[in-house]
Design a protein around this ligand. Structure first.
Ligand code: 46J
Length: 330
């Protein structure tokens, strides 16, 4: 089997991408954020208090003839940005891009945090991290990818996220029309459950490449690129008027500043992020101060290769044994 679905930016600065999925019988269509940095599949639902729902589509298990309550099971997740949700669990038929998993654990929200309520275009998440991270108790549940894997033509899914445009997620095959040249693979450390791997180094603008193993996670659900402070300060030293603002919680600079590119390595391959990706957003609609797409990871305890980096590549998440991740130019 295979599947292929759109990855649609939810706003004009690509803060997140959503993908249409169907749940239940007859199919209920929701727009979910496919997130390789977590492993819970949860949705706004008919059980979510109405004052916590603001424009989202909801999953109503009672309207699905194939839904089953997973009795006595609950879940609760807290994301690194402070948002979170909790609830109960059903199994139901679930499809992404024509690929169906019967009896997928669908975590119905009983409560969502205000940050998630405010994200009107996001109806929930599909965790595509390793199932070890799943928060359902007393028995943890499998991700969509783990459930689909035995039926896939190839044990992979790919992410083709785009800058200010709709990209795609494919399951079970590698579409050679979506990239150029070769795919460079590197080892994945699957414990504790993220797609953890290393960069082989970096360079700022036209500067020399600094070879250095930088461990972090490729997270389609994180907007920006978070790297060690030493790298980030070296980058913003090249930006007129840049400063690390306590007030804005990161590096800001005059929107008119000229930004250098940023290159990261995967083994011997090199991926250059355009300055436009790093000139992320104005701090408010009329401001002339802009917030950077490259920020320090020092407060996170982990480096995160988020969408600012991933959207520069065609990325293969390979569930082979051992797992590996591949990057190609596109
Ligand atoms: O909560 C997250 C992210 C948040 C954005 C969406 N992806 C998951 N984690 C990843 C980084 C380590 C801490 C947990």
């Amino acid at each position: 089997d295979t599947g292929s679905a759109a990855a649609i930016p939810i706003n004009e600065v690509d803060i997140a991408y959503v993908t249409p999925v169907t749940i239940g019988t007859p199919p209920q269509t929701l727009m979910l954020d496919l997130d390789t940095g977590s492993s819970d599949l949860w949705v706004f639902s008919s059980l979510t208090p109405s004052n916590q729902v603001r424009g989202q589509e909801i999953y109503s298990p009672t309207k699905s003839s194939t839904s089953k309550l997973l009795s006595g099971h609950t879940w609760s997740i807290r994301y690194g940005d402070g948002s979170g949700s909790r609830g109960t669990v059903y199994t139901d038929n679930f499809t992404i891009g024509g690929l169906e998993v019967k009896s997928q654990a669908v975590q119905a929200a009983l409560e969502v945090s205000s940050m998630l309520t405010q994200e009107q275009s996001l109806d929930g998440l599909v965790g595509l991290g390793f199932s070890a991270l799943n928060t359902v108790r007393p028995s943890s549940q499998l991700t969509f990818f783990d459930n689909a894997r035995p039926n896939l033509d190839e044990e992979v899914f790919t992410a083709d996220l785009k800058y200010h445009a709709t990209g795609s997620y494919d399951f079970g095959f590698i579409d050679s029309k979506k990239y150029a040249g070769n795919i460079t693979y590197t080892a994945v450390q699957q414990s504790p459950g993220y797609w953890t791997h290393s960069l082989s180094g970096y360079s700022v603008g036209s500067g020399a490449f600094q070879a250095s193993q930088i461990s972090g996670i490729s997270d389609t659900g994180t907007t920006l690129l978070y790297l060690p402070t030493a790298i980030v300060t070296a980058y913003y030293r090249q930006v007129q008027g840049a400063q690390n603002s306590q007030y804005y919680g990161g590096y800001v600079f005059p929107c008119s500043s000229t930004l250098p590119t940023f290159t990261f390595g995967i083994e011997g391959a090199r991926f250059t992020i355009p300055a436009s990706y790093i000139n992320y957003t104005r701090i408010s609609p009329t401001s002339t101060t802009c917030y950077g797409g490259l920020q320090s990871s020092s407060g996170l305890g982990i480096n995160i290769f988020g969408d600012v980096a991933l959207k520069r590549a065609f990325v293969v998440f390979s569930g082979t044994n051992p797992p590996r991740i591949g990057f190609a130019i596109k």
